[in-house]
Design a protein around this ligand. Sequence first.
Ligand SMILES: [Zn+2]
Length: 44
Amino acid sequence: MSYVCMHCHKETKTLEKNAVRCQYCGFRALAKKRSSIAKEISTD
Ligand SMILES: [Zn+2]
């Protein structure tokens, strides 16, 4: 599972399930990276 750091916006991977931390800056808030970003965008 890949995550995107909410601080430096770099893509990072978690080695341990309980240790969710950016491997670049150490920020502990990561967002799950989705392959289908288009689904989040709704254009009515
Ligand atoms: Zn980071």
